[in-house]
Design a protein around this ligand. Structure first.
Ligand SMILES: N[C@@H](CCC(=O)N[C@@H](CS)C(=O)NCC(=O)O)C(=O)O
Length: 222
């Protein structure tokens, strides 16, 4: 059967999480770049695959899947079942899912939802409220790392892969992670990921893009 196709955009944090997994496991995959900023996720053809018009979108031989975290767990279950990045052990899986749900339902919307307004031009300054919301989101992550070095235990899992691109983007936009020592130590340990350096390049582009619109970047969050 042909390898699955991933629709992605290089700067997109959720798409980059899937790229990190693909590189880590050396999964054969066709990559197709789609630019949401140019409306390419809103074509009829794309929306037949994913009516929510988001990347990443996976096409596994006619099985279409959106939502990066669902794609991460599907790829392991389908292509590397039981891998340590998402082990087939109910309690370990539950702890990973917990972080993925926290990321989707709390961290990403609080953090990226807030700073996203700077990228779109909807916000032209970092308000006290934006500062409080993003700092709370980062402190919540810091608390996750109180007992473990990684987000769901003592090993890297897809929970970490889901978070790396957002944090890397924030760092390249000017966030000083040393204010969050556990998160900073975690970020440093993620450098072992095979796709980490490529992800840094994407994060650098996100930083440049933000500074083109908002020259001081995220420095006011520190
Ligand atoms: N929760 C989704 C978020 C996906 C998402 O919002 N992707 C953005 C790019 S970062 C996108 O495709 N936006 C285009 C659009 O909404 O039309 C995931 O994790 O996959």
């Amino acid at each position: 059967m042909p390898a699955p196709t991933l629709y992605y955009f290089p700067m997109s944090p959720p798409a980059r999480a899937v790229l990190l997994l693909m590189k880590e496991l050396e999964l054969p995959m066709n990559l197709k770049e789609v630019n949401p900023l140019a409306g390419e996720t809103r074509t009829e053809e794309f929306m037949r695959m994913n009516p929510e018009h988001t990347i990443p979108t996976l096409d596994d031989n006619g099985f279409y899947l959106g939502e990066s975290r669902a794609i991460l767990s599907y790829l392991i279950d389908a292509y590397r079942p039981g891998h340590t990045l998402y082990p087939n052990i109910p309690k370990e899986k539950a702890l990973i899912n917990r972080v993925l749900h926290h990321d989707l339902g709390s961290f990403y919307p609080k953090f990226f939802g807030t700073i996203g307004a700077l990228f779109s031009g909807a916000a032209t300054e970092i308000s006290d409220e934006m500062k409080t919301t993003t700092q709370k989101a980062l402190t919540d992550l810091e608390h996750y790392l109180t007992r473990n070095d990684y987000f769901a235990g003592e090993n890297l899992t897809i929970a970490d892969l889901s978070l790396v691109p957002t944090i890397a983007s924030a760092v390249h936009c000017g966030l000083d992670l040393t204010n969050y020592p556990r998160l900073n130590a975690w970020y440093e340990s993620c450098r072992v990921l095979k796709g980490f350096e490529d992800d840094q390049e994407a994060a650098r582009q996100v930083g440049e893009y933000l500074r083109s619109k908002f020259p001081t970047g995220l420095e006011a969050l520190n």
